[in-house]
Design a protein around this ligand. Structure first.
Ligand code: ATP
Ligand code: MG
Length: 1102
């Protein structure tokens, strides 16, 4: 089914018929056919009404996943294809919601899948019920109890590799919310004979093999075991390993499960010790030992195993050894000890092993119950799951099969009772007429077993043996329809060779079973010699002590314990009563083949099971009245489209709707009946007719739905477009209005601003006019006041002038009057004389004043008294000049000739250099010393002075500049009247002596440096050596003296002042160039050779 398809009914996509009730025609053949068809399609579940038939697929199917659990969760029973989950869900919901205790009854023969089914139910319930830490722990413990019990209680048989060898009924308890609280497990009669002996092709209980395969070396050593099945008598060898069963892995699973369930580590250890002890016990062998009284007495053959076992369990070896040789019989006051022969010793040993193991198993169940017990005492809802061993028919059937089959018989009984009763009750509940149906009721067989065969009288008055037991049966059950025996009075079987003499046969509901009476009585009595139980009680092993309480000497009970058969009957009785109080849910397991193989469907085998399980009867009973029933609501819901009145909605009650529907469809009235809450359909044909109609109608409806959907889709799309258009239009209009409004608003503002402007300007004009008026008034008044003031001033001035004129006129008048009066007293030229006199007086006064204030006689004093009268200005200047000249004359007249010539030199220097060379001003204040070396007196230059004959005019040390590197070398420079000499400073040796007439000119720079070049006349005798480039601190003095001396002797020596000149060195001319710059070495000029033709002198800038 694709994911999109949603299943709403079990009728959808059905393979065969999902519910056998709908099978048409109903025959055994069609029934089996239907099962096969479904089985071939891996549909292992089929319903008969609410009963689930389950076929063992013998392969894992993908239908038990978590998704499937979700699919079936909270769905109605008939909604989906048949599944065990549907039944589990139904049971769980009715428990939770309707507060009805449930029981799940799983029946079927060995290997049909009961245990698996019970686990599926449990896991489904665990998956759907509540969650939470506490709840999950409970669930986990409940689920993990299974592997533990299966390890100890299951074994491989010829029919099933994991056959349950005990009956199990588990009550799972829930609280009012449906959360699991705990559980109680009841176990029924473990097939303990398996411990000591297994039929061919079968194994002992799984745990023995698991322990030997899965335990660590360490553990095995502790348990004194070897990892070798062949070493243990109790382990059959022919099928010690089973295909598909990993004992070692299972051992780990079991230990893990025990831990989850809550077993302590030491408890697990004790349990394994007991398992090991059983294996050891099997290895103890006996030999006969003759006694004096002629009887044989048994003795333990090889004591090693006995010793190891005793060590393992803490038993005193001698005590156990004695228990295998003697037996104490206590009767009232007596106590008699009898010896055991070898056979009895073996019997005792096996009895001990069986008892040990079965008691251990019961202890395990109790221990698990202790762990999973519900903690709270509140009211519980219960779901019981019954997984009992299936009906068994072996070649050799004994007491165990008898018990097992009895139990199955009882279950069948309860199934018949409950199904029929339920069916009947439903009809009554629904008010439908009910006609009885014939079916086989196995009550008669139950009666045979309970009241005749297993009666204690049969098995236990006096000294009973298997033979006396059979005899008794023969008399009691002689005429019973279902009892057959060779010795019965019914002559029919006297010649039946298939019925041996030591056997009896019972016709069970599931077939005839031949039971061999051998061992019946022993097994029923389940006798364990008291000596052994006492030996066990004495063990220094807590668990062991616990398992054999009757061995306590203080509690000796002489009463025989109840027989196994009696106990079993009682417990089955309780179980049946318990089940009857609960709502039953049936799972009927069918085994498709005997080969444990998938895909094989053995028709005869299935047919046999279908028959004895009474499944056909089940269907018939179910269909006797009506094949199909359904509550009105879902029925109306499913078929309402078939009638106009009910489609699409029916307003009235569902029942009336269904009535209208069926009348409309013209279904014949015999075909159905109206119950109180359900419609009952008699024939499957009618249902199929409805289904077919529905299918056709669904197609039409699909078209209709498509049509309506498409219409709806287009309409909604259109409406959406329309709505969008309205929205768009509204927005556009709003936008347009906004624009228009903004335009009007801005125009209004412009108009407003113009008007306001115009108004303001008007007001401004008025204001300006007003202001002007005010200003005019002020101006006018100011002018007026001005005019007034000026007029007044004029008047006042007029008056004042007039007053002065009066005074002047008066004075003139007075003067005229005075002159007129005094004229006669003065001469006519007196005025001139007075004037001259006054002038003379003033000049006199001027000279006298000047005499007092004359400046000093220094020619450089520039002060001169201030002129007193303007008219003496010229005189004053002349006098100053005359005074200065006179003063200079006075000054000169003091000079000696020597000093005079010095000044003349200075004057000449001034003429040569003033305003031409920057060095000049600094030389003015320095007197020209001439002989700086004190040449005549200095002994150093004695030789030199003697070499020079003439008078030395100038002696100084100069630097001769080397053309190659521009560096200077000190030389003594001497000047005489006729020549100049250059001599070594140190030695005083004359280097050059040049007559002055050979000197043509001197070149110096305009700067503050002391470099000078002495240029020689071309062609002269001295010229051969080349010109001299020298430097001196007394440049001005040297040049001046050279110039003066030269002028005296020969022609004038020219002085060139320029920053670039040529100097003739021997062959070639070199240009000397002066540049200004900042100098590193203390600010004196430095000469540097730039190239062959250029010497550069850097002069510090001023
Ligand atoms: N639903 C299932 N899916 C797959 N395999 C199954 C299923 N049911 C049963 N089997 C297989 O069949 C075997 C026997 O099943 P199970 O043990 O449940 O039988 P049983 O009816 O309990 O027999 P017994 O009466 O001997 O205990 C399982 O071990 C398993 O291999
Ligand atoms: Mg089982």
């Amino acid at each position: 089914m694709s994911k999109m398809e949603v299943k709403t009914s079990l009728l959808d996509n059905m393979i065969g018929v999902g519910d056998m009730v709908l099978l048409e025609p109903l025959t055994e053949e069609s029934f089996i056919d239907n099962l096969r068809k479904r089985f071939d399609h891996s549909e292992i579940y089929t319903y008969i009404g609410s009963v689930v038939i389950s076929l063992n697929p013998y392969k894992s199917l993908p239908i038990f996943t978590a998704d499937k659990v979700e699919e079936y969760r909270n769905r109605n029973f008939y909604e989906l294809s048949p599944h065990i989950y549907a039944l589990a869900d139904e049971a769980y919901r009715s428990l939770r919601d309707q507060d009805k205790d449930q029981c799940i009854l799983i029946t079927g023969e060995s290997g049909a899948g009961k245990t698996e089914a019970s686990k599926l139910v449990m896991s489904y319930v665990a998956a759907v019920c509540g969650k939470g830490q506490e709840v999950n722990k409970v669930k986990e413990q409940l689920l993990q109890s299974n592997p533990v019990l299966e390890a100890f209680g299951n074994a491989k048989t010829v029919r099933n590799d994991n056959s349950s060898r005990f009956g199990k009924y588990m009550d799972i308890e829930f609280d009012f919310k449906g959360d699991p609280m705990g559980g109680v497990i009841s176990n029924y009669l473990l097939e303990k004979s398996r411990v000591v002996k297994q039929p061919r092709g079968e194994r002992n209980f799984h745990i023995f093999y698991q322990l030997l395969s899965g335990a660590s070396e360490d553990l095995l050593k502790k348990l004194k075991l070897d990892r070798d099945f062949s070493k243990y008598n109790y382990l059959s060898l022919d099928s010690a390993t089973v295909n598909g069963l990993d004992d070692a892995a299972n051992f780990r699973t079991v230990r893990n499960a025990m831990q989850i369930v809550g077993f302590m580590e030491d408890e697990v250890q004790s349990v394994l010790e007991l398992v090991a002890a059983v294996l050891k016990l099997g290895n103890i062998e006996f030999k006969p030992e003759s006694r004096v009284n002629g009887f044989d007495e048994s003795r333990v053959k090889d004591k090693n195993d006995l010793k190891e076992m005793c060590e393992l369990l803490g038993i005193e070896q001698s005590v156990l050894e004695r228990a295998f040789s003697f037996r104490t019989v206590e009767a009232k006051m007596e106590k008699v000890s009898t010896t055991l022969n070898v056979a009895q010793a073996y019997y005792a040993r096996d009895a001990l092993a069986k008892n040990l193991y079965s008691r251990l198993f019961s202890w395990l169940v109790n221990r698990i119950n202790e762990s999973i017990k519900a903690q709270s005492k509140t009211r519980k809802k219960v779901m019981g799951v019954l997984d009992i061993y299936g009906f068994e028919i072996f070649e050799d059937n004994s007491f165990e099969q008898f018990i097992i089959n009895y139990c199955n018989e009882k279950l069948q009984q309860i199934f018949i009772e409950l199904t029929l009763r339920e069916e009947q009750e439903e009809y009554i509940r629904e008010g439908i007429e009910w006609t009885n149906i014939e079916y086989f009721n196995n009550a008669i067989i139950c009666d045979l077993i309970e009241n005749n065969i297993s009666k204690d009288e049969c098995l236990r008055p006096g000294n009973v043996t298997d033979e006396t037991f059979l005899e008794k049966l023969n008399t009691v059950c002689a005429y019973h329809q279902h009892f057959e025996s060779r010795r019965s009075k019914n002559s029919k079987f006297l010649t039946d060779h298939s019925l041996p003499h030591n056997c009896f046969r019972i016709q069970h509901y599931a077939g005839k079973v031949l039971y061999r009476v051998e061992g019946f009585v022993d097994k029923n009595n389940d006798l364990l010699y008291r000596d052994l139980s006492q030996a066990m009680y004495k063990a220094n092993h807590s668990l062991m002590k616990l398992l054999f309480p009757e061995g306590n000497p203080a509690k000796v009970n002489l009463k025989r314990p109840p027989t196994a058969g009696f106990q079993f009957k009682a417990s089955v009785g309780t179980l049946m009563k318990n089940l009857q109080t609960k709502n039953p849910n049936y799972i009927r397991c069918i085994k498709p083949n005997d080969k444990k193989a998938p895909h094989i469907f053995t028709e005869s085998l299935v047919c046999h099971q279908v028959r004895y399980l009474g499944l056909m009867e089940n269907v018939r009973v179910r269909r006797a009245g009506y094949a199909f029933r359904q509550p009105y609501e879902p029925c109306l819901e499913r078929y309402k489209m078939l009638c106009k009145q009910t489609w699409p909605h029916w307003k009235g009650p569902a029942r009336e709707g269904v009535e209208v529907l069926l009348t409309e469809l013209q279904v014949s009235p015999e075909e159905f009946s109206y119950g109180r809450s359900k419609i009952f359909i008699r024939n499957p044909r009618t249902l199929f007719f409805l289904e077919e109609k529905r299918r056709q109608c669904l197609e039409d409806l699909a078209t209709l739905i498509q049509k309506i959907y498409r219409g709806w889709k287009c309409r909604t799309h259109f409406l959406l477009l329309k709505k969008s258009q309205v929205v768009v239009a509204a927005w556009y209009r709003r936008y347009a209005q906004q624009k228009k409004y903004q335009k009007i608003r801005s125009s209004t503002i412009v108009v407003q601003s113009y008007i306001r402007g115009w108004k303001s300007r008007k007001i401004l004009r008025e204001l300006k006019y007003q202001k002007r008026c005010e200003e005019a008034v002020t101006t006018i008044s100011a002018f007026w006041h001005g005019t007034q003031a000026r007029r007044e001033l004029r008047q006042l001035k007029e008056e004042a002038r007039n007053k002065r004129a009066v005074t002047v006129i008066w004075a003139a008048w007075q003067g005229t009057k005075v002159r007129r009066e005094y004229r006669k007293f003065f001469r006519a030229n007196a005025g001139k004389k007075i004037y001259n006199f006054t002038i003379q007086r003033i000049v006199q006064k001027y000279f006298l004043g000047l005499k007092k204030t004359l400046p000093s006689m220094s020619p450089i004093d520039k002060t001169w008294p201030v002129r007193p009268y303007l008219f003496l200005d010229n005189t004053h200047k002349q006098l100053q000049r005359i005074f200065h000249l006179w003063r200079c004359k006075k000054y000169r007249s003091q000079f000696t000739d020597e000093k005079k010539s010095v000044y003349e030199e200075k004057l000449e220097a001034s003429q040569l250099f003033k305003d031409k060379k920057t060095l000049y001003p600094s030389s003015v204040s320095q007197p020209f010393k001439g002989d700086y070396l004190d040449i005549n007196k200095n002994p150093k230059y004695q030789k030199l002075s003697s070499a020079v004959e003439e008078k030395v005019l100038l002696a100084d040390v100069v630097n001769k500049i080397n053309r190659a590197n521009g560096k200077g070398a000190p030389r003594v420079f001497l000047l005489t009247k006729s020549n100049f000499v250059l001599a070594d400073q140190k030695t005083g040796q004359v280097k050059a002596s040049v007559p002055l007439p050979d000197l043509s000119s001197v070149s110096v720079s305009t700067q503050s440096d002391g470099f000078f070049a002495l240029k020689l006349k071309e062609g002269s005798a001295s010229a051969a050596k080349g010109d001299f480039l020298l430097s001196s601190d007394h440049l001005i003095e040297i040049i001046t003296k050279l110039h003066r001396t030269g002028a005296a002797t020969t022609d004038q020596i020219g002085v060139d002042i320029s920053d670039e000149f040529l100097v003739q060195f021997k062959q070639d001319k070199v240009c000397v160039k002066f540049v200004q710059g900042t100098l590193k070495n203390g600010g004196t000029a430095a000469c540097k050779r730039k190239n062959n033709k250029l010497l550069e002198v850097s002069v510090p800038s001023p």
